[in-house]
Design a protein around this ligand. Structure first.
Ligand code: XMP
Length: 330
C-alpha cells in the first residue's frame, strides 16, 4: 500500500486527538485498499495484532476474519482472554484453533533452542495456512507490523537468536498485506489501541515472544514443566500487579530449567525443579538492566510458588544484565 519509510514530518502520536485522526485516516485507506473483500489476521493477543484487529473491526467489521492459534505455549488464560474480548465483547469473526497437542508432539524431545524456535515458527505457519485454505481464497492478510520491525529487517545484523513473530506471512500464499501500523512506534500503537477502546491489560502488555512459554520451558519441553512455567508466571504477574510493579518493570517472567535439585518437604526428601525469576528494564531490548525488586516481595513470591506449584522446590532470581545474558534464557 503506502511506503515503508516514515517521513520526518510525520507527527508523533502522543494524544487521543492525534490517534483519532490517525484512525480515521487508516479506516479510509483500508477501505480503499480492500473494498468488499475479506481480510485474514493472525490474532495472537499481543499488543500489535490486537490493535490491528480493533482498527480493522472498526473499518470493515465482519469482513475481517481473525484466526487465533493456541500453540499450547500461551500464558495462563491467555487464549480465553482473546476470545472473551474479541469474540464476546467486540463481536469479531474469530476462529479459535487449539493446536496445543500438535505442537507439543512435534517438540517432544527437542532440546536445542534454535530447533525449538524453528519447529514452533514453521508449525504455526502450517496451522494458519490450513485454516486459510479452509476459508477459501482470501486476498488480503493483515499484520501487526510496526516501524521497528521494518527498521530491523532493513538492518539485519548477526543472528543471536532467530526471533520470529507468529503470524509471519506464509511465503507461498500470494496475499496482499494490510499493515496499518507499519509506520508507528510501539508507544504510538499503545495510544491508538487505547483510543480504540482496548483495555489497559491488553494495550500496556509487556512483550511476549512468538514461541511463547516454549523458550521459557528450557531444554526439551514436557507437559509437567510447562505447567510449572505457566503457574509460576501467573503468580509472578499477579504479585507484580498487586504491588504496582507491572507498570514499573519492562518485562518479567519465569523460566524452568530441565534439571532437578534435592529439597525437603514435610520432613521428606523432595526432589523438584527450580523456577527462575527474570525482571528487566530496557528501552529497546538490545541491552537491559536488572529491575530492583523488594526482597520481601521476592520472599513472598518464593513462598507462594514453592507452596502452590507442584514439583517446584526452589526459586532463583536472575541478576544478569544484557549483555551478557539475553532477556530470554533461550
Ligand atoms: P532476547 O532474549 O533476545 O529478547 O534478549 C529480546 C526481546 O525479544 C523478545 N523475544 C522475542 N519476541 N519473537 C518475538 O516476537 C521471538 O522469537 C522472540 N524471542 C525473544 C524477548 O521476550 C525480549 O522482549
Amino acid at each position: 500500500m503506502s511506503s515503508n519509510h516514515r517521513p520526518e514530518s510525520m507527527q508523533r502520536i502522543t494524544t487521543k486527538a492525534l490517534a483519532e485522526a490517525f484512525i480515521e485516516e487508516q479506516i479510509k485507506a483500508v477501505k480503499a485498499q480492500v473494498g468488499d473483500n475479506k481480510v485474514l489476521l493472525a490474532l495472537s493477543g499481543g499488543v500489535d495484532s490486537s490493535v490491528v484487529a480493533a482498527l480493522l473491526l472498526k473499518a470493515i467489521g465482519k469482513q475481517l476474519i481473525c484466526v487465533h492459534v493456541n500453540h499450547g505455549l500461551m500464558r495462563k488464560n491467555e487464549s480465553e482472554q482473546v476470545i472473551d474480548l474479541f469474540e464476546k465483547q467486540l463481536d469479531a469473526n474469530l476462529i479459535y484453533v487449539d493446536a496445543s497437542e500438535r505442537f507439543l508432539n512435534l517438540l517432544a524431545g527437542e532440546a536445542d533452542p534454535e530447533k525449538k524456535r524453528k519447529i514452533i515458527g514453521e508449525e504455526f505457519i502450517k496451522v494458519f495456512d490450513e485454516e486459510a485454505v479452509k476459508l477459501g481464497r482470501i486476498p488480503y492478510l493483515a499484520q501487526g507490523t510496526i516501524y521497528p520491525d521494518i527498521l530491523e529487517s532493513l538492518n539485519k545484523g548477526k543472528v543471536i537468536k532467530s526471533h520470529h513473530n507468529v503470524g509471519g506471512l506464509p511465503e507461498e500464499m500470494a496475499m496482499e498485506l494490510v499493515e496499518p501500523l507499519k509506520l508507528l512506534y510501539k508507544d504510538e500503537v499503545r495510544v491508538v489501541g487505547s483510543t480504540l477502546g482496548l483495555p489497559d491489560e491488553m494495550v500496556l502488555r509487556q512483550p511476549f515472544p512468538g514461541p511463547g512459554l516454549g523458550v521459557r520451558c528450557l531444554g526439551a519441553i514436557t507437559v509437567d514443566r510447562l505447567r510449572m512455567v505457566r503457574e509460576s508466571d501467573a503468580i509472578l504477574r499477579e504479585e507484580f500487579a498487586k504491588n504496582g510493579l507491572d507498570k514499573a518493570v519492562w518485562q518479567y517472567f519465569t523460566a524452568v530449567p530441565d534439571f532437578k535439585s534435592v529439597g525437603v518437604k514435610n520432613e521428606d526428601r523432595y526432589e523438584g525443579y527450580p523456577v527462575i525469576i527474570r525482571a528487566v528494564n530496557t528501552v529497546d531490548a538490545m541491552t537491559a538492566t536488572v529491575a530492583e525488586i523488594p526482597f520481601s516481595l521476592l520472599q513472598h513470591i518464593t513462598q507462594r510458588i514453592t507452596s502452590e506449584v507442584e514439583g517446584v522446590n526452589r526459586v532463583l532470581f536472575d541478576y544478569t544484565p544484557k549483555p551478557v545474558g539475553t532477556i530470554e534464557w533461550e
